[in-house]
Design a protein around this ligand. Sequence first.
Ligand SMILES: Nc1nc2c(ncn2[C@@H]2O[C@H](COP(=O)(O)OP(=O)(O)OP(=O)(O)O)[C@@H](O)[C@H]2O)c(=O)[nH]1
Ligand SMILES: [Mg+2]
Length: 371
Amino acid sequence: MKIGIVGRPHVGKTTVFNALAHSNAEIGDYTNKKQINLSTVSVPDERLEPLAEVFQSKEIIFATIDYMDGGGTSRSAINRHVERSERAEIDASILAELRTADALAHVVRLFEDETVPHVDGNVNGKRDIEAIDLEFVFADLQIIDGRISRLEKLLKNQKSAEHQNELRILETCKETLDNGKPLRSLTISDNEEKIIRGYGFLTQKPLLLICNISETQLDEADEIFKRFAEYEAQPQTTVFVLAAQLEMEIAQLDSADAEVFLTEMGLNESALERFIQTSYQLMGLITFFTGGPKEVRAWTLRSGQTALEAAGLIHTDFERGFVRSECINWAELVNCGSYTQARSKGLVRAEGKTYQVQEGDVLTILANPTN
Ligand SMILES: Nc1nc2c(ncn2[C@@H]2O[C@H](COP(=O)(O)OP(=O)(O)OP(=O)(O)O)[C@@H](O)[C@H]2O)c(=O)[nH]1
Ligand SMILES: [Mg+2]
């Protein structure tokens, strides 16, 4: 699962990335134009520790999310004196990378700092949200227009139900985008979704709007959230207020120093953990667990996926030789104290291939050996 960090020039994209990745990628003045930063981040999960006690596991393995910082913005893109609608601030090669992401996190600059000039001269979050939305609408339209003319040519030469169907879906997509709406606002069937999935349309991806505030705005964080909460009424869109620079500084301290720093700032905890969990939920992901003496592990599925798909994730052999799975909710298991206890109380259920895995299930897959 991968989240692409996007945004207008100099809004704090790399700062957010550094906070998440505990890293030091270069920030500031149009550096690293085309370099893409990528990092795998553990999803904090308080259920793992008690589960490790139940299973007496040696190791805890967290679920992960990959975060990608789409590099800097080219100076030429900013300096060209043309209508915004005619120029792209985000490089085409970066847009192509972003198409492979499962969701986008749009960093919206709300911090004021005279030493960091804004390309449009002032700080205005809603304008920036519109600008990036529009850039993605244009990018998706470009792909759709190209594909529609190709399909029309193909259909002239040869009738094909498959091509006809794709054309019909793309025309619906085009109409949505022509009205300035993102594709995530379109209701389409699973089958239709499968047909267009390969294009990786940017406006179809779940969207996390990160309001990047300075530490001096922390007192107003709730009001700032309320000002942007209207965006949450849009499908698959979540708003999160984050003091990215402060979080980056905390992330670069060791844990003892970070605690002292947080106390001095009058904060209970870093907002990063909640941020990572929020991005996980935004993608419609659920977690299931496996456990044993070697390790207890959190795994990621899309909501609605089955026990057979869970088995395949753990090992392809488990999928091929699948017999059944044993299943218990994590909290029930922890309350029982041990798997044997849970089993003797009749709380461990047997589930078949088509069982839809639930958030927090602990699964044991029983499979026949395969060759
Ligand atoms: N005061 C303040 N400055 C910040 C904050 N977040 C980022 N900055 C500064 O803004 C500048 C740009 O930050 P980056 O993280 O490099 O922004 P970016 O979006 O990655 O920039 P480009 O990649 O060049 O488009 C840097 O000088 C940061 O120190 C913040 O919360 N407060
Ligand atoms: Mg950057």
